[in-house]
Ligand binder design. Structure first.
Ligand code: CO8
Length: 257
């Protein structure tokens, strides 16, 4: 697959998607988002891939949606634009997506990170939702996903007063999994993803689906989703192998079935 706004590579069982508009702080325009989602979908279908890492560069994960692309759009044009529609394709990805964030993750860039499954931040990462400073509000999940993590009061401040969060604040608030040195931050994220990619693939998929259900439903419904995902795992060869390997005190060999 040839892309112009992203770079992709696969290291072991981890695929890396790198946003690559460095001159625009990786601003998310329609073309870039389409390519990212296409790459995610390709890797999601590839049995050799166990986890996906998405990253930007040291200075910026992404400084938001592309303001230059959006500036002249009318109400109907933004409503019909592919920007948010293509962004939402991320919800269909079954494999874990780990965001490796260094520098700015602002606006749509932060919302992108919030839509991922786990987040590794470099010490220089800075998160914020500055949309009200340009006359809009977050439109790709920021007001919802951030509030789930931070609670109402801090989320209000981030959204209404352009409060930026440092990497260490993000760690303190449970917004990122780990903070790592800037140098080698991507390698740290890939190593983290490699650990996850080494687990039983179908179980990982079911785990992601079950945890996401916790954000969509009541506890009673969520518990049903968990059970609906738990029982079928006993029809997989990996469940037999995993439990047998435990009993035989050896490492399990997954086949992903
Ligand atoms: N859109 C377009 N271009 C951008 C963006 C952006 N969001 N951010 C930076 N750039 C461009 C700059 O215009 C500049 O280009 P040029 O050299 O041609 O002038 C280049 O990137 C470098 O930027 P700066 O010179 O500004 O770099 P600094 O180091 O001085 O500042 C900042 C870095 C602080 C990140 C600054 O660029 C900034 O504040 N950027 C805008 C942040 C922002 O307001 N983001 C929110 C955008 S709105 C949004 O995301 C709404 C989401 C709705 C749905 C999204 C669906 C995906």
């Amino acid at each position: 697959m040839t892309y112009t706004n992203i770079l992709t590579e696969t290291r072991g069982r981890v695929s890396v998607v790198q946003l690559n508009r460095p001159d625009a702080m990786n601003a998310l325009n329609t073309a870039l988002l389409k390519e990212v989602m296409q790459a995610f979908e390709v890797f999601d279908r590839d049995e050799a891939v166990g986890a996906i890492v998405v990253t930007g560069n040291e200075k910026a994960f992404a400084a938001g949606a592309d303001i230059k692309e959006m500036a002249d759009l009318s109400f109907l044009e933004i409503q019909n634009s592919e920007l948010i529609a293509s962004f939402e394709r991320i919800l269909n990805i079954k494999k874990p997506i780990i965001a490796a964030v260094s520098g700015w993750a602002l606006g749509g860039g932060f919302e992108f990170v919030l839509a991922c499954d786990m987040i590794i931040a470099s010490e220089s990462a800075k998160f914020g939702l500055p949309e009200v400073t340009i006359g809009v509000i977050p439109g790709a999940g920021g007001t919802q996903r951030l509030t789930h993590v931070l609670g109402k009061y801090l989320a209000m401040e981030v959204v209404m007063n352009n409060r930026k969060l440092s990497a260490n604040e993000a760690l303190q608030f449970g917004l990122v999994n780990r903070v790592v040195p800037v140098e080698g931050y991507l390698e740290s994220a890939v190593a983290f993803a490699e650990e996850i990619a080494s687990r039983a693939p179908v179980a990982i998929r079911m785990a992601k689906d079950s945890i996401n259900a916790a954000f969509e439903t009541t506890l009673a419904e969520g518990l049903k989703v968990e059970r609906r995902n738990f029982y079928p795992l006993f029809a997989t060869q990996d469940q037999k192998e995993g439990m047998k390997a435990f009993v035989e005190k050896r490492k399990a060999e997954w086949i992903g079935k």
